[in-house]
Write a protein that binds this ligand. Sequence first.
Ligand code: ATP
Ligand code: MG
Length: 226
Amino acid sequence: MLLQRIFRAVIMGPPGSGKGTVSGRIVKSFGLMHLSSGDLLRANIKAKTELGLLMKSCIDQGQLVPDDVISRLILTEMRNIDQSSWLLDGFPRTVSQAESLDNVYSVDTVINLDVPYQTIKQRLTSRWLHLPSGRVYNIDFNPPKIAGLDDVTGEPLIQRHDDTPETVTRRLKAYENQTQPVLEYYRCRRKPEPYKLSKKRNVLSLLTAFIFSKLKYLHMLYEHNM
Ligand code: ATP
Ligand code: MG
């Protein structure tokens, strides 16, 4: 039986750094499932769910929603996609969220989009969104084919309530204080690269691999005889 390895990635970066746009391209090229915490929250607000209504003022003010609420929401949603490879966008955004994720899944890769704040502020005021799909456009450098309409469905685009200059400043502060430590968290728990192993450890691992291959061979012979 051919076992396919599941690949789990997280994309990070300040608000407006292009996580949604870049994620769209990555999932298309590599066939991953995409889960965006912001899209999920906005879908809840649009559907007027109890959670959506409770979280709306938090989001409109540029604050993060409480860790336990978002962790429960995302981890529940992830059960639908955990048989596939996935890319998480917008979660985790605090160290506590990263720990909740670590308790259930081990993340293979963290992508960080490093964009200067001045660029972000300019970008966000010209950003337009197709709410049902999360597709993002920018009238300066990634415009829709027809102004104000989504390329795929032809439905109207909207501007986000939290893309005003004052709210963007608050979101950047939240990013600095709460999300940047998550990058440090992932940097610290990075597994050692094979090439960084000492010569002694390399010899040891080669020896272990050799012994295991012999054991496997004996096991195969044994099974064959049965
Ligand atoms: P962009 O989508 O441009 O990258 P962003 O990262 O600020 O910008 P979203 O990810 O769409 O925006 O999130 C919008 C808002 O939803 C956030 O400002 C925050 O209030 C809330 N939110 C989303 N994800 C989380 C999270 N993991 N923890 C807490 N709040 C969140
Ligand atoms: Mg986003």
